[in-house]
Design a binder for this molecule. Structure first.
Ligand code: NAP
Length: 243
C-alpha cells in the first residue's frame, strides 16, 4: 500500500525519527533522511537493507530558506514527496523564572517554526499534486504542560494548533495532516533524565514503562495508510493521559 512512496523525515539520524524512517523503509518506501549534525553510515545501511533508497539531506529545519532546499532536493531526487514527517525537535529545560530568552527562542524556532517551514514548502508541492500526508510529532507535554518545560510545552501545543489549521486548509486538496503526541519514549532526549525522575514518571504511567521509538513509528505508518483521518492528535503514551 505504501510501496514506492517517498517519505521525508526530519531529524531522522537517531531516536524516534530514525525508527520512523526504518518503519517506512520496511513498507517499501524510499526515504529522504534529513539530519542536522550528522548521520552514521550504519543508519543509512539499515534503511537500505530493506531494498529501498535512502538519501541523506543535511539541513536545519528552523531556517526557512534551507527548509525549501531540503524539500526541493527531495523532489529533484525522487520526483515526489508523498509523506512528510516533521520529527526534528529539541528540549532546553529550565524553570520559568530562570528561563533565558535564547532557550525559549531556540526551542520555538526548531519545534514550531521548523514544522511550519517544512510544511509550508512541502504543501506547495503537495497542493499541485492534489495528494499528500503530513505527520507532525507533538508531545504529551503539549497537552498537559510540564514543570521546567514552558518553552517545549508551548512549542508542542503550537504544533497541535498548526496541525488542525493545516488539516482544515488542505483537506479539500486530498492532503491529510495529523499529529502524534508521544508520552515519554526511550531516546537520547529522555536518557538525560535521572533514575529517580524516570521512576516517578513510570509511576504516573498506567502501563508502568516508557515507550519505544518503534511505538511512535508504527503509529506514523498507520496514519500514512489512513485516508479519512485528518486534524487529529493520536496520543501514544501508555495511558499517561486519556483525552
Ligand atoms: P533525539 O533522540 O534527541 O532526536 C532528535 C533529532 O532531531 C536529532 O537527530 C537531532 O539532530 C534532530 N534535530 C534537532 N534540531 C534539528 C534541526 N534544527 N534541524 C534538523 N534536525 C534537528 O529526540 P527524540 O526523542 O527522538 O525526539 C524526536 C521528536 O519526538 C522530537 O520532536 C521530540 O520533541 C518528540 N518527542 C519525544 C519524546 C521522548 O520522550 N523522547 C516525547 C514526546 C515527543 P542533531 O542531534 O544533529 O541535533
Amino acid at each position: 500500500m505504501l510501496k514506492g512512496k517517498t517519505v521525508l523525515v526530519t531529524g531522522a539520524a537517531k531516536g524516534i525519527g530514525k525508527a520512523i524512517a526504518v518503519a517506512f523503509a520496511k513498507e517499501g518506501c524510499n526515504i529522504a533522511l534529513n539530519y542536522r549534525s550528522g548521520v552514521s553510515d550504519e543508519v543509512i545501511a539499515e534503511i537500505k537493507s530493506h531494498g529501498v533508497e535512502c538519501f541523506p539531506i543535511q539541513g536545519d529545519v528552523s531556517d526557512f530558506a534551507k527548509s525549501k532546499e531540503i524539500v526541493d532536493t527531495t523532489v529533484e531526487r525522487f520526483g515526489s514527496i508523498d509523506i512528510l514527517v516533521n520529527n526534528a525537535g529539541i528540549t532546553k529545560d529550565g524553570l520559568l523564572i530562570r528561563m533565558t530568552e535564547e532557550n525559549y527562542d531556540s526551542v520555538l524556532d526548531i519545534n514550531l517554526k521548523g514544522t511550519f517551514n517544512m510544511t509550508r514548502h512541502t504543501a506547495t508541492y503537495m497542493v499541485k499534486e492534489r495528494k499528500g500526508t503530513i505527520i507532525n510529532i507533538s508531545s504529551v507535554v503539549g497537552a498537559m504542560g510540564n514543570i521546567g518545560q514552558v518553552n517545549y510545552a508551548a512549542s508542542k501545543a503550537g504544533v497541535i494548533g498548526m496541525t488542525k489549521a493545516v488539516a482544515r486548509e488542505l483537506a479539500s486538496r486530498n492532503i491529510t495532516c495529523n499529529a502524534i503526541a508521544p508520552g515519554f519514549i526511550e531516546t537520547d532526549m529522555t536518557a538525560v533524565l535521572k533514575e529517580d525522575i524516570v521512576k516517578q514518571l513510570e509511576d504516573q504511567i498506567p502501563m508502568k514503562k516508557l515507550g519505544k521509538p518503534e511505538d511512535i513509528a508504527q503509529t506514523a505508518v498507520f496514519l500514512a495508510k489512513s485516508h479519512y483521518i485528518t486534524g487529529q492528535v493520536i496520543h501514544v503514551n501508555g495511558g499517561m493521559i486519556m483525552c
